[in-house]
Design a binder for this molecule. Structure first.
Ligand SMILES: [Zn+2]
Ligand SMILES: [Zn+2]
Length: 217
């Protein structure tokens, strides 16, 4: 699987492109202010985006949706419980003193056991509230063509879990007990060597966070 991330000021939030090397199908995850760099990644690798997938609807994760949708004309997916944040993006901007344009309507809300394919990969959507009500983590299977020991899948976790930290819970709809439960009951059930790609900062693994994350020991 091709995994690329980009981040720019002021939020340094990671936007992701996941691509299938064989079919060239891809998904765009959390396009924000770095959206032009994400669109460049698609071009550089001759990838065709199939979906825009959102882990949640905080400002920094959605300001590039309009530009991505204009360029790619593919459906936008979000969890229903974050639609109030998505529709309130202009007000979210005001809280940070930023002028933000309204974004195009979400096309689809994730079902309870939603799966979405791109090329030979399947994205499984897991509801992980706590940082916000409609936060989700996206699990993608490992390389289906690899021989020998099975390759772990990956997790894209938005702002639920970070290397050495966890998401903030002081924003509207946040709740720390709910967040810890989401991490323990959903993310920590994946194999220890599963790579974890967060909304901000460096990637980590499930096992490393289980062992060392001060919020979860
Ligand atoms: Zn967030
Ligand atoms: Zn964020």
């Amino acid at each position: 699987m091709l995994i690329e991330s980009r981040a720019v000021a002021p939020f340094f939030k990671n936007g992701y492109i996941l691509g299938c090397e064989r079919t060239r199908e891809a998904v765009v995850i959390d396009p924000g202010d770095e959206v032009d760099a994400l669109l460049d990644v698609l071009k550089e690798h001759s990838l065709r985006a199939k979906y825009i997938l959102l882990t949640h609807a905080h400002l920094d994760h959605i300001t590039g949706v309009a530009a991505a949708k204009r360029a790619l004309d593919v459906p936008v997916w979000l969890h229903r419980d974050d639609d109030f944040l998505y529709e309130g993006v202009v007000q979210q901007g005001m809280m940070f003193g930023l002028r933000v344009e309204p974004q195009p309507k979400v096309d689809h809300f994730y079902d309870d056991a939603q799966t979405l394919d791109f090329g030979q990969y399947t994205v499984s959507v897991h509801h992980t509230p706590g940082h916000c009500p409609g936060g989700v983590c996206l699990a993608v299977n490992g390389d289906p063509e690899s021989n020998g020991p099975s390759v772990p899948g990956i997790l894209i976790v938005g702002d639920t879990l970070f290397a050495g930290s966890i998401g903030r819970t002081d924003l509207p709809g946040g709740d720390s007990a709910t967040l810890l439960k989401s991490i323990r009951d959903v993310l920590f059930r994946f194999p220890a060597d599963t790579p974890v790609y967060s909304g901000h900062g460096e990637a980590t693994t499930v096992g490393h966070e289980k062992r060392t994350n001060p919020f979860l020991r």
